[in-house]
Design a protein around this ligand. Structure first.
Ligand code: ZN
Length: 581
């Protein structure tokens, strides 16, 4: 057959992705295969497929090559197996021994950080932080409120503590300062405390805290629901083009980290619609799942069901609604604990953290969600918060049973053995992140060493056989997924060494699964995502070094050389040439 005729055969060949196993004999199979020409072939690599081999248990199949066509893996195997799909127009990429893994997923994502406020993410000492505030104050009109972005934590500062209201006054004597930190905490200067009329006599809102200094003054912190005492100026309105640009920035940043999918942990139908528009114009490069937040009562859930125009689990390969999001307790300063906080945070054994929802409202909302077939995910940091969530989920399950692998606990910092049978009975999924990596010394101060060293017991959860999904909670914790994997493997922390070595995950493939295959299971798309398997979507990452053999300390320094989503290259590291990967 001439070259030309072959090309014609390729062009008219009707394609099936189920290449193997469906042919009467080897001859027929060979003839059929010749019709299928790959768009691209990647060969001479170390491809960590995350497909299981039978023995030994927990070992993944490693292959040398794979072929891609129409956005999916066409073949996965040895160089020779895969080269059979080479045709005249096939792009061939010599991986030169480089490692390839399935595209990473961040199972608990908010944003890539940043924003219109003061940027504290690069500060490394209180002096740095005060300098940022002073510079903003000098540029501001008197009385103008100075806000920060939320993507910073005091554990990144040499002093490992928050600034005091009185210290912020020195940097900004004429301007109210509101430092936003993570999702649960504001720090105000005294100018701002006066502006919002917050004094020692201000009643503390339920589910909130207004901490004081040892000598009884307001230190400037407002925790959880106490933040409602402050009315912040609305962010500057964004034009539709700016909103679109923010999505483009988000996906290119995440793609550059090797991330091909995120689960938006507190989102809205409006944001879902924005991503749909980006998908419809063909500009999308990040797969998104969405948890819809802000529905605190049964009535709110009923209203959402009646008016939102969306259905449970609706979506496609790119975008999917995967549940409703609730928040039961605080974060670092407000995780709800069975035992009191360590002194002085325990206030004489009385402070157990914060329950930020009314129990009856929350339980009612859960039941309404279950009755309407919506999955639920609840933020629960402390063990007493998990108690609350398990009770609410049980009541909802009694009212309208949901299947195993559906409802989720987010974070689960502090678990107790008596939780485990209840988690198993309801078939709950656990969504875990690397907060300890960032905030370890703060958690030790507030909760004591015993509790801090067991924060997010990933290995215990794995040993219990729970479905576990990894993530970062960015911008609360930096968005780098390699840091999260490093932390789960080592229990190392940014500034305070190893915490709880007995919770180290021993197997690198297990950690990789948390960010790939387990995520696909969580969103019920394991048939099409999460591993490098024939027929699945071609989402993959070429990694800077070998994830399985690089020295453990180097895992935090891994990076993506190239990221592919649906067979299309969406990121190429600056050090690589276009023809390389
Ligand atoms: Zn979160």
């Amino acid at each position: 057959m001439t070259r030309l005729k072959l090309a014609t055969v390729f062009a008219i060949g009707a394609l099936s992705y189920a290449i193997s196993g469906s042919f009467a004999n080897a001859d027929e199979e060979r003839r059929e295969r010749r019709k299928v020409e790959a768009d691209a072939i990647f060969f001479n690599g170390k491809v960590i497929t995350l497909e299981d081999v039978e023995q030994p248990k927990h070992k993944t199949k490693i292959v040398r090559a794979f072929a891609v066509r129409d956005g999916r893996f066409l073949a996965v195997g040895d160089n020779d197996d895969v080269m059979r799909f080479s045709g005249r127009n096939t792009r061939k990429v010599n991986l030169k021994g480089r490692t390839v893994i399935p595209g990473l997923a961040d199972g608990h994502f908010h944003s890539i950080g940043g924003g219109p406020g003061m940027d504290l993410s690069q500060t490394r000492s209180l002096a740095d932080l005060f300098a940022v505030v002073a510079k903003a104050a000098q540029a501001a009109a008197p009385g103008q409120i100075l806000m920060s972005n939320s993507d910073w934590h005091e554990a990144q500062l040499a002093e490992q503590r928050l600034p005091l209201a009185s210290e912020l006054d020195i940097s900004a004597p004429n301007n109210p300062v509101v430092l936003v930190r993570g999702g649960h905490e504001y720090i105000l200067n005294n100018v701002a405390l006066r502006l919002f009329n917050i004094t020692l006599d201000t009643p503390v809102p339920a589910g909130g805290a207004i901490p004081r200094t040892p000598d009884g003054q307001l230190n400037g912190e407002l925790v959880d629901n106490a933040r409602q005492l402050v009315t912040l100026p609305p962010p500057p309105p964004q034009t539709p083009e700016q909103q679109r640009q923010a999505l483009l920035d988000t996906q290119s940043r995440m793609n550059s980290m090797g991330v091909t999918a995120v689960r938006n942990a507190l989102s809205s139908v409006a944001v879902y619609r924005r991503w749909q528009a980006l998908r419809d114009e063909g500009a999308i490069s990040l797969r998104n799942a969405f948890l819809i937040g802000g529905l605190g009562t049964a009535a709110a859930v009923e209203n959402f069901v009646a008016t939102s125009g969306v259905q449970p689990n609706e979506g496609d390969d790119w975008l999917r609604l995967v549940g409703l999001k609730f928040i039961s307790d605080g974060g670092f300063e407000g995780g709800l604990m069975r035992d009191p906080y360590k002194e002085p945070y325990g206030h004489g054994g009385t402070y157990h953290g914060l329950q930020v929802v009314n129990g009856a409202n929350y339980f009612g909302a859960l039941k309404a969600a279950a009755l309407h077939g919506w999955r639920v995910a609840t933020h629960a940091v402390g063990d007493a918060a998990i108690d609350l969530v398990l009770e609410g989920y049980k009541q909802a399950h009694d009212a309208a049973p949901f299947a195993k692998g559906e409802w989720v606990i987010e974070h689960g910092f502090i678990a107790q053995p008596d939780h485990f049978p209840r988690i198993r009975e309801l078939g709950l999924v656990l969504s875990v992140q690397d907060h300890l990596f960032l905030a370890a010394p703060s958690l030790k101060r507030m909760w004591g060493e015993e509790r801090a060293t067991h924060v997010t017991p990933v290995r215990t959860y794995l040993n219990q056989g729970f479905l576990l999904v990894g993530g970062t909670d960015t911008p609360v914790v930096p968005l780098n997924p390699w840091w999260a994997m490093y932390h789960f493997l080592t229990r190392d922390t940014i500034s305070d060494g190893v915490y709880g070595a007995d919770e180290r995950v021993l197997n690198r493939e297990d950690v990789l699964r948390l960010f790939t295959l387990n995520y696909a299971r969580l969103i019920h798309e394991e048939q099409t995502k999460g591993s490098i398997s024939t027929g699945k979507l071609a989402d993959f990452v070429v990694v800077s070094r070998d994830f399985l053999t690089v020295p453990e300390a180097e895992i935090r320094n891994l990076s993506a050389l190239a990221t592919y989503v649906g067979g299309k290259r969406v990121y190429l590291a600056p050090e690589m040439q276009d023809r390389d990967l």
